[in-house]
Design a protein around this ligand. Sequence first.
Ligand code: HXC
Length: 513
Amino acid sequence: MSLASRIMDFFKKKSEVKEVEIIAKQKQEKMGKLSARQRIEEILDPGTFHEYDLFVQHQAEDFGMDKKELPRDGVLTGTGKIMGFPVCIYAQDFSVAGGSLGLAHARKITKIMDHAMNLGLPLIGINDSGGARIQEGVNSLAGYGEIFYRNTRASGVIPQISVILGPCAGGAVYSPALTDFVFVVDKISKMFITGPEVIKTVLGEEISMEDLGGARVQAEISGNAHFYAESEQECFEQIKQLVTYIPWNNRKKADPFPPKPPKAERNIANVLPKDNTEPYDVRDVIQALSDESKFLEIQKYWASNIVIGFIRMNGETVGVVANQPLVLAGVLDVDSSDKAARFIRFCDSFNIPILTLVDLPGYLPGVDQEHAGVIRHGAKVLYAYSEATVLKMTVIMRKAYGGGYIAMCSRHLAADFVFAWPTAEIAVMGPEGAANIIFKKEIESAPNPDEMRKQKVQEYTEKFANPYKAASAGYVDAVISPEETREYIIHAMQIGSNKSVENPKKKHGIPPF
Ligand code: HXC
């Protein structure tokens, strides 16, 4: 082939690719979705996407596959930048054989995953696929296995982000489940292990795909999704935000931003209600502490009795774990324990200091919780905080009772700094319950039991429901006013920026999974 015909051939191939992209765009548009290429281009900074393995083809021979050329084998892979941060990325193309995953498709994904690991870069995977390519049989399953293996190896080494922008069915769901953050979009994302047809055949139950595993279900009920958006564009904005808060890999810290004060209208002194039994929104405290009062909340709609997410303080990323008195009085239960524990482990893996804001009556009592394994799930919080060697700062705002006090990053789980507001109540249990137990005889034998109960509750409150007992034992480092909190935390972060503590040498621990 002459040089001229080689160049002609190159341009012919390029124009064929463009044609395929136009068809893909049209097919996806009909389903109310963007094409794989559009998605990548909208997530990445303009002009930064470099695609690889464009010409990879499958080697399958059965069911007429030998005659089928599948453009890019149904997946785009490459590198690019988000707000200047480098990332590796792939996007399944549903317009090609339903984005189904055959061996070549999987190997393109595992190659970009290996790239992300070797280069120490975050990995973003966009899922839009009918699952294992049926015609490729066990080779498709092998492909999934090789992805899961890499997801697991990469866990805690590079941040992994999954974006569900179409079906993600069958075993395919396990790759996102192994990654750190899952994004879903209303009416577009569908995640399930067994589809509605199988459910109908096996269980005789009718359910729509939306009700089974739509975006809202995954964000609100199952907790599989960390971010929910109304549109693909909103989802891409969320991804861009997230990437700015996290480091490229576990050897780095998140890049700092220019320090900014919180917005003036957020007055931390006014958040706590006068009556200590009244709820309040802990997000008001978080926003009063954070630079520009910005807060990127994670798993906002699931287990909302605990609030987790990222803020910046003095320009540095901080992971926040906060009880939410607005929901179930902020108790720890099965789901909120899972939510907190996983986030703590993410922060610890990626050198993000953890700020814990405490206000909870304890673990949620009840048969349902006991039977659902609140012991096992609750233990995850203890494990995650105890294992974390990153800087740990705790502020006890109000209630810190019983196991809840210990679990929420107390001094006893090796918190580096524990501060308490004057409103803190740190004790084995709330004054009512405590008085009823320890003064049972006095109350019962009193001429006016109600009056006696009130008196004993008062006595207990004065003695124990305050921060000073804990402070006198050294469990609390300083009793500070709400207005002083931001300054104390920023100081702690500066003092603790070189913290270096190692866990005992071991292959790995055995957390209560
Ligand atoms: C091969 C597939 C495919 C698959 C879809 N297609 N899924 N090809 N293998 N798994 C093809 C279709 O043949 C069709 O090709 C095109 O993709 C679009 O599919 P439609 O069914 O027309 O689209 P739609 O009506 O939108 O339905 C999408 C869908 C449905 C809900 C995803 O296709 C579906 O239910 N697929 C199977 C989902 C599933 O059960 N997957 C699990 C597989 S087992 P043409 O040529 O007509 O355009 C699995 C196990 C993995 O994944 C285990 C790993 C541990």
